[in-house]
Design a protein around this ligand. Structure first.
Ligand code: F6P
Length: 325
């Protein structure tokens, strides 16, 4: 049987923003327009769906946004949407607007909302947009590459001053409960140690002894990357100072990692994922999340995805220990 023709697609961004979200919105609006499907932008995440905060998105209204970080639709975390009453209000808005399909861009929390709406008969597709890269069913989430490069640029600058003062830099990066961002930043920055929530660390062997050995063999400075989900950077710096006698300084990179013009990798991933989401809706799919597997765009069941847990790549962990001397 032919899938029912969709009339109107809504798109929203929810949770923490990430560079490339705008590129995904653009691809959705333009792909929908190419298929003569109307597209509405829901502002401020699920709040906008509850309150009917909606704008029309045609092919021209997304001009120029591919270069911009953040999200032109604004974003929010919505407590009301976690209640049955909030979900019902959102469904009413969709019905009132004649919006039979919805694309939600964000992380785990965003996909939980998409599943709730799919259960109520709204066709929903999720697109992974978070700098944390912590969505289980996909090897890539929009914004991760830009965030890594922003953090890397900062660490490279820190290295200059750490070298001059012969210090140790302890840098905290974002990632919520996941260590992906820390692992990528640490490997690309040539860090002495990378502390992530996923992997245990023996402080004596993996940090203090490494620093002492590096000093003896001629290295003047050290970089330690700490995932925010691991623990307090201040305490780690203090312990390094006490155990090695080397001055340590803490830098918390914070929200700067979420901003900036998206890299080519993020623009391409967002564009391909955005357009794929429209194709999924056209084919009658619902409750699917757009993913990347072996570098190819594909899709996965949202309910299943929400039950899995993501591991750090063991090969990266092994190599990090080998090369960080
Ligand atoms: O999920 C993205 C993220 O930037 C996390 O890395 C971080 O823990 C969190 O959002 C910060 O959230 P907020 O912007 O609400 O402070």
């Amino acid at each position: 049987m032919e899938p029912k023709r969709i009339k109107r697609i809504g798109v929203l961004t929810s949770g923490g923003d990430s560079p490339g979200m705008n590129a995904a919105i653009r691809a959705i609006a333009r792909s929908a327009s190419a298929y003569s499907i109307e597209c509405l932008g829901i502002r401020r995440g699920y709040n906008g769906l509850i309150n009917g905060d909606v704008i029309s998105l045609d092919a021209r209204s997304v001009d120029g946004i591919i270069t911009r970080g953040g999200t032109m639709l604004y974003t929010a975390r919505c407590e009301e949407f976690k209640t049955e009453e909030g979900i019902n209000k959102a469904v009413n808005t969709c019905q009132y607007l004649g919006m039979d399909s919805l694309i939600t861009i964000g992380g785990d929390g965003t996909f939980r909302g998409a599943k709730d709406l799919s259960d109520k008969g709204i066709h929903t597709i999720g697109i992974p947009g978070t700098i944390d890269n912590d969505i289980v069913c996909t090897e890539y989430t929009i914004g991760f590459d830009t965030a890594c490069n922003t953090a890397l640029d900062a660490v490279d600058k820190l290295r200059d001053t750490m070298h001059s003062h012969e210090r140790c830099s302890v840098v905290e990066v974002m990632g919520r409960h996941a260590g992906y961002l820390a692992m990528y930043v640490g490997l690309s920055a040539g860090a002495t140690a990378i502390l992530t929530p996923e992997s245990p660390v023996d402080f004596e062997e993996d940090i203090f002894e490494k620093i002492r050995h590096a000093r003896i063999s001629g290295r003047s400075h050290h970089i330690i990357i700490v995932a925010e989900g691991y623990g307090k950077a201040d305490e780690i710096a203090e312990r390094i100072h006490q155990e090695t006698g080397i001055e340590a300084r803490v830098t918390i990179l914070g929200h700067v990692q979420r901003g900036g013009s998206p890299t080519a990798r993020d623009r391409v991933a967002a564009t391909m994922m955005g357009s794929y989401a429209v194709e999924l809706l056209k084919s009658g799919s619902t409750n699917r999340v757009v993913c990347m597997k072996d570098g190819k765009i594909c899709d996965f069941d949202i309910t299943e995805a929400l039950q899995m847990s993501k591991e750090l790549d063991p090969a990266m962990q092994k190599v990090q220990k080998l090369v960080s001397i």
